[in-house]
Design a protein around this ligand. Structure first.
Ligand SMILES: NC(=O)c1ccc[n+]([C@@H]2O[C@H](COP(=O)([O-])OP(=O)(O)OC[C@H]3O[C@@H](n4cnc5c(N)ncnc54)[C@H](OP(=O)(O)O)[C@@H]3O)[C@@H](O)[C@H]2O)c1
Length: 252
């Protein structure tokens, strides 16, 4: 039980990787403050992750600063402590630079970057009270590689990696901060991204075949890396970005 008596905020917990991260953290005994907008899915994940611990679900749109502040406050009111934050909520904002409405560019940055900044801004002071804390930021291989019609997504995910390194520099040694950069993972998000590619029908299958492991990632693959990075097993790891992509970047 790596996370017994510890409390973590996990954003984007209503679906895909966030859901799996919640379930893996729960197996390790963590108490969880889960967040997302969809209350029905949030309640399901809360119930599933409440076997050996306590989980709470907080519903709200994290693109707004005050919602991030309230999420941290709710965590402190409920549990009285905070040991780590997993920022995972994200959106695609598809469209090339000349066609993408400016509003969509801003929305993408609001959730993929600004929310990460807001969450760190309000959660780091709480973790510093224990003189110990961890942050895991779910970025993407899109931080390093371009994809058709993904300018807002790629730029925002690169910003998330930069933010992880900056926070590691400014708040070490008390707070460790790392980024995870997944390749194609089989979630609703990946299937939504298919329309950006020349042949949407085959895009998802091709993504799996383009990896060296010849398959899409599963949300559990990412959740296990998040557990490792948040745990004391990774106590000498900070300011790093972990590519977890079945080898798709290496394949070129
Ligand atoms: N799937 C991939 O291939 C892939 C690859 C690399 C990186 N990623 C990144 O991994 C993360 C998780 O994605 P996923 O694939 O697991 O997608 P997903 O299944 O669609 O989940 C996205 C999550 O983000 C939450 N969310 C989105 N906008 C939000 C907002 N404004 N406020 C609060 N919550 C919000 C959603 O909650 P509600 O629906 O309840 O609002 C949902 O829980 C994202 O940051 C994504 O960029 C995905």
């Amino acid at each position: 039980m790596k996370f017994k008596n510890k409390v973590y905020i996990i954003t984007g917990a209503t679906s895909g990787m966030g859901r799996s991260i919640a379930l893996e953290f729960a197996k390790e005994g963590a108490s969880l403050m889960l967040s997302g907008r969809n209350k029905e899915r949030g309640e399901k994940v809360r119930t599933l992750s409440s076997q050996k611990n306590t989980s709470h679900f907080f519903s709200g749109d994290l693109s707004l600063e005050l919602v991030n502040k309230s999420l941290v406050e709710e965590c402190m009111t409920t549990f009285g402590r905070l040991d780590g934050v997993i920022t995972n909520a994200g959106m695609l904002g598809l469209g090339n630079i000349t066609d993408l409405p400016s509003e969509d560019w801003h929305k993408t940055f609001q959730i993929n970057v600004h929310s990460v900044y807001y969450l760190l801004k309000y959660s780091i002071p709480e973790m510093l009270k224990n003189e110990n804390g961890v942050v895991v930021i779910n970025s993407s291989i899109a931080a390093f590689k371009s994809f058709p019609n993904h300018p807002a997504y790629c730029a925002s995910k690169a910003a998330a990696v930069a933010l992880a390194k900056q926070a590691a520099l400014d708040y070490g040694p008390k707070i460790r901060v790392n980024a995870i950069c997944p390749g194609p993972v089989d979630t609703p998000f990946l299937h939504d991204s298919a329309i950006a590619f020349p042949d949407p029908k085959s895009a998802v299958e091709e993504a799996g075949n383009s990896t060296l492991m010849k398959r899409l990632g599963q949300p559990e693959d990412i959740a296990k890396l998040a557990v490792f990075l948040a745990s004391d097993d990774a106590s000498w790891i900070t300011g790093c970005s972990y590519t977890i992509d079945g080898g798709i970047l290496t394949a070129g």
